[in-house]
Ligand binder design. Structure first.
Ligand code: NZQ
Ligand code: ZN
Length: 391
């Protein structure tokens, strides 16, 4: 096991009606002027935004609003948010929505206290030294941004989608998780979120670090639970307990607990970010295509974790089978599971008939360098092979 520091200081407030506590929580966390950030309108239609406004008003908390965050959020809205903070002296950022909204809020929180352009943090030109506090009202279990110190933003001019990791300054102060808020999710978003959280665990599970049995078993337990609960939420979107289990799993998948003591991989995420940057696809659906292709290629080179996953999580029986057969059956079962949730498993099914694989590979290595990943170090020829496998 590697040395590690694990700090997950976010206060999670979980359950029915918890969004009504948001005014009190902002106050307790030192807010005096709150900037609410939200997406394309789901929180308006559901009435959630009104309830958040009421909860703030009840605490005499002044607030402003910035709506219009798009899925795969873009840099221009972050700049507008930073200007609003400067003009109106907001000292607390409150995203009400999913990963795209939370990530925009984190970018505003860091960028507002920086003299240069916030994009410097994403290119590595500058590191985040301080950020305004962020509190979250979550509406979709998926990205795990409610418990992570990460934010992912797309720069429209450079066509780069880049993730920034800064747990010291970007973990939310609090995250409100009410499973009822997820009842209105379209099935495709529910399924994409489920895939995203599973891959957050896989990125940590595929490691060459040995003797991390406790982290393995936590990861396997969360994966098994997600696979048990997922069909229930697809069949009955208003199943509170299934939604609750999935919502908590999404947080556990990405707050770091499933990765302690080991080197993590993240190549599949980097490869998917190129897909969502070039083709605008939903992140979790892109992962349903990329991850099995990645696993197919890397397990030919480094099979041991793929075999363990197949046996312990994907219910493959080892009897009478070679390692190659066990792994192939595991990958087939994973694809079948995601397909059963309504997800695409090829680029074609994702709506990309003629992928520009050369552009994907070029952009990937311009942004992320070469090689990428850790479980198997991927050079250009291997990333090309993975995108080809995903066709
Ligand atoms: O914009 P609105 O109208 O709110 O609609 C959203 C959006 O269209 C809708 N939605 C969300 N909650 C809903 C709802 N519709 C009905 N009822 C509800 N309760 O769902 C759509 C997707 O929302 P989005 O915020 O984009 O989803 P998600 O949480 O999957 O976030 C995806 C983004 O997070 C990044 C991804 O790359 C992508 O840009 N990631 C962020 C991470 C992090 N910060 O730690 C890690 C992840 O690996 C990921 O890369
Ligand atoms: Zn993800």
């Amino acid at each position: 096991m590697e040395n590690f520091v694990f700090c997950s200081p976010t206060n999670f407030i979980f359950g029915r009606g918890t969004e009504n506590q948001v005014g009190k929580l902002c106050k307790e966390n030192g807010a005096t002027r709150v900037l609410i950030v939200y997406g394309g309108g789901s929180v308006v239609r559901s009435g959630l935004l009104d309830r958040v406004r009421t909860a703030l008003t009840d605490e005499n908390m002044p607030f402003g609003e910035l709506g219009g965050v798009k899925p795969n959020p873009e840099d221009d809205l972050v700049r507008i948010g930073i200007e609003m903070v400067h003009a109106e002296n907001f000292d607390f950022i409150l995203p009400v929505g999913g990963g795209s909204t939370i990530d925009t809020a984190k970018a505003i929180a860091a960028g507002a206290l920086y003299d240069g352009d916030f994009w410097d943090f994403y290119t590595g030109k500058a590191t985040v030294q301080k950020a305004l506090p962020v509190g979250v009202v979550l509406t979709i279990p998926a990205a795990g941004s409610e418990g992570s110190g990460n934010t992912v933003i797309t720069n429209i001019a450079t066509k780069q989608k880049i993730s920034l990791r800064c747990p010291e300054h970007l973990r939310p102060q609090f995250s409100i998780l009410n499973p009822e808020l997820t009842f209105t999710l379209p099935a495709y978003q529910t399924a994409s979120g489920i895939c995203d959280m599973m891959v957050h665990i896989f990125e940590r599970y595929f490691t060459n670090t040995t003797e991390t049995g406790i982290t393995d078993r936590i990861a396997e337990g969360v994966l098994l639970s997600i696979m048990e609960e997922a069909p229930k939420v697809i069949a009955n979107p208003s199943d509170y307990d299934a939604r609750a289990n999935i919502m908590w799993a999404g947080m556990l998948a990405h707050n770091g607990i499933c990765g302690t003591g080991r080197v993590e991989d993240w190549a599949s995420h980097f490869m998917e970010h190129e897909l969502s940057s070039l083709y605008g696809v939903t992140h979790g659906a892109g992962l349903a295509v990329v991850f099995p292709a990645w696993l197919t290629v890397v397990s030919r080179i480094n099979p041991h974790r793929a075999k363990q996953l197949a046996l312990r999580v994907l219910h493959v029986s080892a009897e009478g089978k070679t390692d190659e057969e066990i792994i192939a059956e595991g990958i087939a079962r994973l694809r079948q599971f995601w397909h059963s949730l309504g997800l695409p498993i090829t680029l074609k099914e994702l709506g990309i008939e003629n992928p520009d694989i050369d552009a994907l590979v070029r952009n990937l290595h311009i942004t992320k360098g070469e090689p990428i990943g850790n479980y198997v170090k991927l050079d250009r020829s291997l990333t090309k092979e993975i995108y080809e496998e995903a066709r």
